[in-house]
Design a protein around this ligand. Structure first.
Ligand SMILES: [Zn+2]
Length: 132
């Protein structure tokens, strides 16, 4: 299972869900400079980076540290623990992501506003017709 969390960083945290063991990896700042040293005549910078990243050790590529991550049960892989219907839009909401507003069960888009704007099906059909 992969969960994307946007903190604006190039890092990854890996968790063994059976044991709880976790490590966090952050790309080292100097890997591009080290990769440039691997460059051979005729290679592009990209080719040198691909080669270098294959031969460099994990310690050369990343800062690695053990961390503690508490994974909520609703974020564990598997079928949803609970599914409710948003009383405004009618879409299903899984795993306790719903919110109560003035006594109504709502999805987060209906409660707080979505990350998108509805354009309607007419606009969708225009987009489909004009696409190559
Ligand atoms: Zn909704």
């Amino acid at each position: 299972m992969m969960k994307y969390v946007d903190y604006g960083k190039l890092a990854a945290t890996l968790v063994d869900l059976r044991t709880g063991d976790a490590v966090r990896l952050v790309a080292r700042e100097d890997t591009r400079e080290k990769a440039a040293l691997c460059r051979r005549q005729g290679w592009t910078r990209h080719q040198a980076e691909v080669y270098a990243y294959k031969v460099m050790s994990n310690e050369e590529l990343f800062h690695i540290e053990p961390v503690l991550v508490e994974v909520p049960i609703e974020d564990m892989p598997g079928p949803p623990l609970r599914r409710v219907m948003c009383e405004k839009c009618g879409e299903e909401v899984n795993d306790y992501r719903e919110v109560m507003v003035a006594g109504k069960v709502l999805c987060r888009s209906c409660a707080y506003g979505g990350y998108y704007q509805r354009l309607g099906t007419r606009r969708l059909m225009d987009t489909v017709r004009t696409s190559p």
